[in-house]
Design a protein around this ligand. Sequence first.
Ligand code: NDP
Length: 242
Amino acid sequence: MSRTALVTGGTRGIGSAISIALKEAGYTVCASYAGNDEAAATFKELTGIRVHKFDVSDFNDCHTAILEIEGEIGPIDILVNNAGITRDTMLHKMTLEQWNEVISTNLTSLFNTTKNVIDGMRERNFGRIINISSINGQKGQMGQTNYSAAKAGVIGFTKALAQEGARKGITVNCVAPGYVATEMVKAIPDDVLATQILPYIPVGRLGEPAEIARCVTFLASEEAGFITGSTITVNGGQYITS
Ligand code: NDP
């Protein structure tokens, strides 16, 4: 029986590329999403990948959903914590709601999902947990105190859990993408992209979701068992210029 993978936010953007790449690598994949039923239905029709709607920011929803998913495809071997949102604004304009939404969706979600698979991984002496951080969690980004804090927290979570899982065959790593051509980046105004982002990407273009997916697929593989607690930057060289 093939290994199983759950990709949160796996029906759109980077997550959909990850779901597809894992399926192509031979895993049995479930892609989760929050509420965009139309995108999820199209994704399912085009890829044949199973989809499941639940809110990663809600612990009980994660608990129920993961039990259902494991009932369908078996225990989760590979968890990709990819779901994320932005609510960008300067701190002096940020509401508590905007802060909380981003922290709970982008950071508390890692507790909510991982807590529901970690016991099984420990019992089976195998697990791959791959968390999607961001260059903006590494360097900080104006207008994103909430997002930068959450994504930096993802790196800390990864390093701590990597130590807890190391003797149990569980690796825990981060991938920190730079700017990737998805809906999230399309929300950035064109002039900001042209003047404040593209000039600082040495390769001179946005990344493609498939380029993030290839990195995740490698970390998910049996061959990557000696890599844990790492943050792999996939950003066209941007971090070195920031
Ligand atoms: P998209 O906005 O394209 O897709 C986000 C996905 O997450 C969707 O499937 C969405 O579901 C799901 N999602 C959002 N909120 C929740 C929730 N509460 N519960 C469950 N699922 C949820 O995002 P990207 O593909 O651009 O980003 C993916 C990840 O990569 C994020 O963590 C992001 O922070 C990170 N990242 C992205 C970069 C970029 O340049 N795009 C750069 C660096 C990091 P639904 O379809 O139902 O809305």
